[in-house]
Design a protein around this ligand. Structure first.
Ligand SMILES: *[C@@H]1O[C@H](CO)[C@@H](O)[C@H](O)[C@H]1NC(C)=O
Ligand SMILES: *[C@@H]1O[C@H](CO)[C@@H](O)[C@H](O)[C@H]1NC(C)=O
Length: 396
């Protein structure tokens, strides 16, 4: 009897199988077992449903289902706990952690916002470097969904901020520039820098435009050519960088990195999707990304690995320095550095940075999902089998 109960459970592992199996059950004791198994199944189902609601089921191009599940969160009073403060020599004077806190260039606001800013109170002599911050996550990531909620992002003449990720042994493990710009630009520029043989496929669907320079589109991500221009896409939204981004309350940037592609979405405050606000991000609901590097012309798994997350605020340098003369900003970049008031908007104001990891579900899961809406996963059903088997065995 019990053997046959176990056997039928083993054969029909879907929710439906229980109703098929139940009429064949004769004795009261096995009915009791079945109702307890059904009870476990019910509770597992609601747990699974809440799991899927938390992460929302997405699908790979081959139909394999997966969830984005919470992995890490950087926010509030613990925001600065898991970062290294980069303080190597650079034209910008990056501070170590203690000095950065002592000088209040990093702090946590009363409302829990993490602040990271340029020195906006010290007058400098010409040729001196201004203090600033560059932090790098101690944790390293290969793939993930990175959701950055910003109240403000840095901008201003001579200012060159970035939110980016990078692997060791540059550029062999890749670099992903999620937010980057200079001066009072209004359009964010997304870029990738890689080893040779990684290109943007321009027909995969994204709303930004491939950056042009000297009549050539920057589609080749090879860091060894064109002075490391990389491949890049400029966002269409005027509120994706600079004054308009800040004045309407900031917004959310998302970088999705998996084996299929690396995609970036940006949402100004009023357009942040509900699922992001609820902490259950579901990229399949967001439409085309602003920028996308697709695996058809760049093997994502080969070119990107073990990335630290970086925030920085740099001054002048390769981009802000070289573009200064044509930017419409006054005087020279060097002059600009002297007056601290010029850096009043050079501040990262971070509500949170959340990282979600991709949880691929069993292949067979696809049929369960497509044939029986409401039966969300095969994995917990196997758990039920195990628990059910245990209940049955212990009753024996
Ligand atoms: C670029 O993407 C399109 C659309 O997904 C695809 O049909 C095409 O084969 C890709 N191009 C290359 C060279 O892989
Ligand atoms: C900082 O932002 C405010 C508000 O947009 C603007 O009025 C001011 O000119 C900016 N300061 C600098 C130095 O760019």
């Amino acid at each position: 009897m019990f053997v046959s109960v176990l056997f039928s459970l083993g054969i029909f592992f879907s929710e439906r199988s229980l109703s098929l199996a139940l009429p064949n059950v004769q004795s009261d004791s096995s009915r009791a077992i079945f109702s307890s198994v059904t009870g476990i199944l019910e509770s597992t189902k609601s747990r699974t449903r809440s799991l899927s609601e938390r992460g929302s089921i997405n699908y790979n191009p081959d139909g394999t289902p997966f969830l984005w599940l919470p992995q890490d969160e950087y926010s509030g009073t613990s925001f600065y706990d898991r970062w290294n403060f980069f303080n190597h020599p650079d034209p910008t004077n990056f501070l170590d952690k203690k000095t950065a806190f002592d000088k209040a260039l990093v702090s946590i606001d009363k409302d829990g916002t993490a602040i990271m800013k340029a020195d906006d109170f010290t007058s400098l002599e010409r040729g001196k470097f201004r203090d600033s911050i560059r932090i790098e996550s101690i944790d390293k990531y290969t793939t993930g969904l990175f959701v950055l909620d910003l109240k403000r992002a840095p901008w201003g003449c001579a200012v060159w901020p970035a939110f980016w990720t990078v692997g060791s042994d540059w550029p062999w493990n890749g670099e992903i520039d999620i937010i980057e710009g200079v001066h009072d630009n209004e359009h964010n520029q997304v870029a990738w820098h890689t080893a040779p043989d990684c290109n943007i496929n321009t027909t995969v669907g994204f709303s930004g435009s491939v950056t042009q320079a000297g009549g050539k589109a920057h589609t080749d991500c090879n860091a060894f050519i064109k002075s490391n221009a990389g491949c890049s896409i400029t966002e269409w939204s005027r509120a994706s960088y600079g004054p308009y981004f800040d004045s309407q309350g900031g917004g959310v940037f998302v970088m999705k990195w998996d084996e299929n592609d690396i995609s970036i979405w940006s949402f100004f405050r009023a357009a942040v999707p509900k699922d992001i606000i609820a902490g259950q991000p579901n990229p399949s609901l967001w439409g085309v990304p602003s920028a996308r590097l697709h695996s058809s012309q760049c093997s994502i798994n080969k070119f990107f690995k073990d990335h630290s997350i970086i925030f920085d605020i740099t001054f002048c340098g390769d981009w802000a320095g070289n573009s200064y003369a044509t930017s419409g900003c006054p005087d020279t970049c060097e002059d600009r550095l002297m007056n601290p008031k010029n850096f009043e908007n050079a501040t990262w104001s971070i509500n949170s940075l959340k990282v979600y990891r991709k949880q691929v579900l069993a292949k067979g899961f696809t049929q369960v999902v497509s044939s029986a809406p409401g039966a969300y996963s095969k994995l917990p059903t196997w758990g039920v089998l195990f628990v059910g088997g245990f209940v049955i065995c212990s009753m024996v």
